[in-house]
Design a protein around this ligand. Structure first.
Ligand SMILES: C[S@@+](CC[C@H](N)C(=O)[O-])C[C@H]1O[C@@H](n2cnc3c(N)ncnc32)[C@H](O)[C@@H]1O
Length: 251
């Protein structure tokens, strides 16, 4: 997975964005700890363990799936990292052993799956890993199309002395390419592009239904802020019904 290869993995934990703030991590872990309800959890796209490690320290047995050996090596190198089993594979289809009370996918990582088909496969894979009554929690941005200047298809989301970043939207394919431009002190520039597929909350609810999951909660953030028209991201929770009440998943 070239987007999370050695070069990105080496600097991932120094990212410095708000997602790495202790406060953000604590709120995320509080939410997921409650959602796990005393059971085990599976993180899709576990990466370097930004969330998995503090969640495990709270007593939740955590497993992971990730495509990137470079990212998971960083996880293993951290205290407690070797206690977290990780399957190397695509979280739309790879299988981890056992079933879980909680499957979670945070930090917009669902959008790394480039097609609707792959995102739906991910919901089905999450559902397969859940025990009856278990929960699938997703944190993902709300597509920023309202922020597009009239007639333009790009939104700048980060500017600073060392560079800037912007997203280029294609509203036909729902593709959103994030471009990161950096200028090194010696004046040289680098450019990195990560392709995403943006996805609407209602579209996710339909994917969940197709996977046999029921919508339970939607929040504007990890503090359970109300989800409103102004929310820039959401934390959504779907539940796998207990056996007796489960509708057949649609293929
Ligand atoms: C933005 S990082 C998030 C890591 C971690 N969840 C966190 O919150 O810090 C995305 C991670 O998802 C992994 N990833 C992206 N697409 C994937 C896929 N289709 N299957 C498995 N892992 C994937 C990447 O290798 C990377 O480790």
């Amino acid at each position: 997975m070239e987007h999370f290869g050695e070069a990105v993995a080496a600097g991932y934990d120094d990212g410095g964005g708000s997602e790495f703030a202790a406060e953000t991590i604590a709120r995320t872990v509080d939410f997921l700890h409650a959602a796990a309800g005393g059971g085990a959890a599976l993180e899709l796209g576990i990466g370097t363990g930004r969330i998995a490690l503090p969640l495990a320290r709270r007593g939740v047995p955590v497993h992971g799936i990730d495509l990137s050996p470079a990212m998971t090596e960083r996880l293993r190198a951290k205290p407690g990292g070797t206690q977290i089993p990780v399957v190397i594979g695509d979280f739309a289809e790879a299988t981890a052993p056992g079933t879980y009370r909680l499957v979670y996918l945070v930090f917009n990582t669902l959008m790394n799956l480039p097609t609707q088909e792959a995102q739906l496969a991910c919901f089905r894979n999450a559902a397969r890993h859940l025990a009856p009554g278990g929960r699938f929690v997703v944190e993902v941005m709300v597509p920023e199309l309202r922020g597009l200047p009239h007639g333009r298809n790009t939104v700048v989301f980060d500017t600073g002395p060392e560079g800037w970043a912007y997203t280029e939207y294609d509203t036909v394919t729902q593709r959103a390419d994030c471009h990161y431009l950096r200028v090194t002190p010696d004046g040289r520039g680098t450019r990195r592009t990560i392709p995403f597929r943006y996805v609407w909350p209602a579209e996710l609810d339909l994917m969940a239904r197709l996977a046999g999951l029921e919508a339970r909660e939607r929040w504007g953030g990890w503090n359970r802020e109300p989800f409103t028209q102004e929310s820039r991201a959401h934390v959504s929770v779907w539940e796998k019904p207990a056996e007796a009440e489960r509708p057949a998943a649609c293929d």
